[in-house]
Design a binder for this molecule. Structure first.
Ligand SMILES: Cc1ncc(COP(=O)(O)O)c(C=O)c1O
Length: 447
């Protein structure tokens, strides 16, 4: 049966009258042919209100590392709901979750909880400035650190802003941000050690922190080149800069010790989000005792009515126990499934002469569709991605996949959950086959 989206379309039209723009997060509007309304999920699958079933690789933008609605997680939340929804005070669960985090992530000696990673990033920037007495934050082009004024500076510098200058632009994609915020940022090229060194040297004694996504999942799933993160650590040690590892996506997906364990480095501060709560609104900032000192003293304010909410804590405790139980098999197993899927999709593309070059470790990957004549080989940074990836072509293929019951993130990122099996990957490839055939037959590049 071809997929139709009548009920989602009706609900989206209805929502226009009560929800600004019909969605509660701006990017959800991008979903084609219409922002979908979901009815239920189970493991790697979810169903929309029209009854369409999807093998899901969007996974709540990565939060659902354990799949949809795991029974144990639902039970943990339900049990806590009977005891109390919210204290705005302490409960033993927060010690239990914090103790697990401290055990799992060697660089994390202390944590504080938040409701979303945007807040945790905000806390980290404030803490770094309070600790070092410096103002500048160095960040990398294409890395996303939440939707606040600070998190978006230089995230998506449009090609029209690119120049030959060694100082990269500090554009902000939103109207209404405080323009002076940009003065507190330095933007560097990801994976370019020499550029990074020049940026740090040019602003010697002024940089409070360097923040990064350890694997650049928000732009093309670009892993760090060998030694890059170790160079960041070396420069931070040399110049008294705090190293902030934003593990909102990579946290636990890359194993119990997160991407910092996977790639082998030790940051001062870590941002955790998404998988720490398994789909509940939960996040954390963690760090060494020294790095967290100004939060302990209260000089750097960290607060929030719903911080350490017991429902989220109950969920997080269950989630972390899943990761602990898997030990070293994670991320080996998810990487293997992801690589199988990448290889299968690549074979389908080759069959139809579709330009296709997925990249990423497997547990997450990005489906790059090279433009005609684009350079080949792995994409190494944001500008190469913007220059080489054919976004309209991907949008068409994504829609063909969606209509066969395979759902990836609109921007091209795919995540593997702990609920996906080999059989799910095989089924995904069976569903993907007609989608690739349809794309090859129908897609016409804009003139
Ligand atoms: C790397 C990274 N940092 C921060 C955030 C912000 O997280 P949240 O949406 O929970 O505020 C995100 C969200 O996608 C992210 O991917």
């Amino acid at each position: 049966m071809p997929y139709t989206f009548t009920k989602s379309s009706e609900l989206f039209n209805r929502a226009q009258h009560s929800i600004a723009g019909g969605v509660n997060s701006g990017i959800r509007k991008l979903e084609q042919p219409v922002p979908l309304y979901f009815a239920k999920g189970d493991g790697p699958r979810c169903w929309d209100v029209d009854g369409n079933e999807y093998l899901d690789y969007q996974l709540g933008q990565g939060a659902l590392l354990y799949g949809h609605a795991p029974a144990g997680l639902a039970a943990a939340i339900a049990a806590q709901a009977k005891l109390g929804l919210h204290w705005a005070a302490q409960c033993e669960l927060e010690c239990e979750v914090a103790e697990r985090l401290v055990k799992m992530i060697p660089s994390v000696e202390l944590v504080r909880f938040n409701n979303c990673a945007t807040e945790a990033v905000m806390a980290a920037f404030r803490l770094a400035r309070a600790t070092t007495g410096r103002q500048l934050i160095l960040r990398f082009e294409g890395h996303y650190h939440g939707w606040g004024d600070e998190g978006l500076i230089g995230f998506a510098n449009p090609p029209a802003s690119w120049t030959d200058s060694d100082e990269l632009p500090r554009t902000h994609p939103s109207k209404g941000y405080i323009p002076e915020v940009a003065d507190h940022f330095v933007v560097a090229h990801w994976n370019d050690v020499e550029h990074l060194r020049r940026c740090v040297d040019r602003h010697k004694g002024e940089i409070a922190a360097i923040i990064f996504e350890p694997a650049l999942c928000n732009t093309c799933c670009i892993e760090p080149v060998k030694g890059f993160l170790q160079t960041v650590r070396e420069l931070c040690d040399r110049d008294g800069i705090m190293m902030i590892s934003d593990e909102t996506i990579t946290g636990f997906r890359f194993g119990g010790a997160c991407a910092q364990g996977y790639y082998g480095y030790k940051p001062d501060l870590t941002i955790l989000g998404k998988a720490i709560g398994g789909g509940t609104p939960f996040a954390a900032i963690g760090g060494t005792k020294a790095a967290m000192a100004k939060i302990i003293s209260g000089e750097s304010i960290h607060a929030g009515t719903l911080n350490g909410n017991p429902l989220c804590l109950a969920a997080s405790k269950w989630c972390l126990d899943q990761i602990i139980a898997r030990g070293d098999t994670l991320p080996v197993s998810t990487n293997a499934l992801g690589r199988k899927l990448m290889a299968g999709l690549t074979a389908l593309a080759a069959k139809h002469n579709i330009p296709f070059a997925p990249q990423g470790p497997g547990l997450a990957f990005h489906t790059v569709m090279p433009k005609p004549g684009a350079a080949t080989g792995p994409v190494m940074n944001y500008r190469e991605y913007v220059t080489r990836h054919d976004a309209p072509r991907w949008a068409h293929l994504r829609r063909c996949l969606l209509e066969e019951g395979v759902r990836a993130i609109e921007r091209g990122l795919w995540s593997i959950s702990l609920a996906h099996t080999e059989a799910d990957i095989d089924e995904t490839l069976r569903r993907a086959a007609p989608a690739f055939a349809r794309h090859a037959a129908e897609y016409k590049p804009a003139a």
